[in-house]
Design a protein around this ligand. Structure first.
Ligand code: 2HA
Ligand code: ZN
Length: 269
């Protein structure tokens, strides 16, 4: 399948590339850090028929809700800065089979360049399946190594959801407005595993994003811009907290009362 001949797909790939550049420039995507997937079924009007011609790969588990679905995914080992400059080489479309337990890479017919989807594919697919199950509209899953957030998880005191969320909400009113369900926290688990995927999905059921101890963040959104913005807002709050601490100021945060009013305001958005 040729991405360039499909206007909508091409647009999504360009948006993914632009946000990859943001991640790189923020310093949240060293080497091959970070990964993005976008549900692109709505762009595929005529699904391919000759799937046998494409490389196929089994998954470790089935994702029945994702059977026959298409995703634009970044590649394992690929750099966000390279994706920004050369999107076609660093992201591909995968299409799951009828059972949702294997996939084809369908945007690289006859190109044997060893492209493999992100090592965090289990978490990406698990989240896309959760989104389908709950019937919500998010299309994008994004992972980045946000330094400020990783730094916080170096302190046992902040490896706790209540402390973490009080901190982020307290630094700026818009954090509560845009991230009202807060951040879920997952104590260290090996990356790329089914275990981390399962825990992330559980945690996303009642949070806006999930922080992996000493590793990074996973967020979802309706577009790559939305998803990036959510991460950016949280990062801003944590930066303010660190700035205060570096200047010897103990940040006061917003009171419970003010946070409750902001929560009310957020529910009206
Ligand atoms: O894509 O960030 O967690 C590389 C990673 C793995
Ligand atoms: Zn990572």
């Amino acid at each position: 399948m040729d991405i360039e001949s499909n206007k909508e797909l091409k647009q999504l790939l360009l948006e993914m590339a632009e946000v990859a550049d943001f991640l790189w420039k923020r310093g949240w995507a060293e080497r091959n850090a970070g990964n993005i997937s976008i549900s692109v079924d709505h762009c595929i009007k005529k699904p391919l028929q000759n799937l046998e011609a494409y490389p196929s790969f089994e998954l470790d588990r089935a994702y029945p809700k994702l059977a026959t679905k298409h995703f634009l995914v970044t590649g394992t080992g690929k750099r966000m800065r390279d994706l920004a400059r050369n999107p076609l080489e660093n992201a591909r479309i995968i299409r799951l089979n009828n059972k949702g337990d294997a996939y084809w890479i369908i945007s690289q017919q006859e190109i044997i360049d060893n492209f493999q989807p992100t090592s965090e594919l289990p978490t990406h697919l698990g989240i896309h399946q959760m989104i389908k199950e709950r019937g919500s509209q998010e299309k994008v899953v994004m992972h980045a190594h946000v330094s400020e957030l990783i730094a916080l998880t170096q302190s046992a005191e902040h490896c706790d959801e209540d402390t973490l969320n009080k901190l982020i909400w307290g630094m700026h009113p818009e954090t509560m407005i845009f991230i009202p369900k807060g951040i879920g926290f997952i104590p260290f688990v090996m990356p790329g595993t089914e275990e981390i995927a399962r825990k992330t999905i559980q945690s996303l059921a009642d949070h806006d994003m999930v922080l992996w101890e000493k590793h990074g963040i996973f967020a979802i959104g309706s577009s790559v811009y939305d998803t990036f913005d959510a991460i950016d807002i949280v990062s801003k709050s944590v930066k303010i907290w660190f700035m205060c601490r570096s200047a010897g100021i103990q940040p006061q945060g917003l009171s419970e009362e003010k946070l409750a009013s902001l929560r009310d305001l957020s529910s009206r958005f």
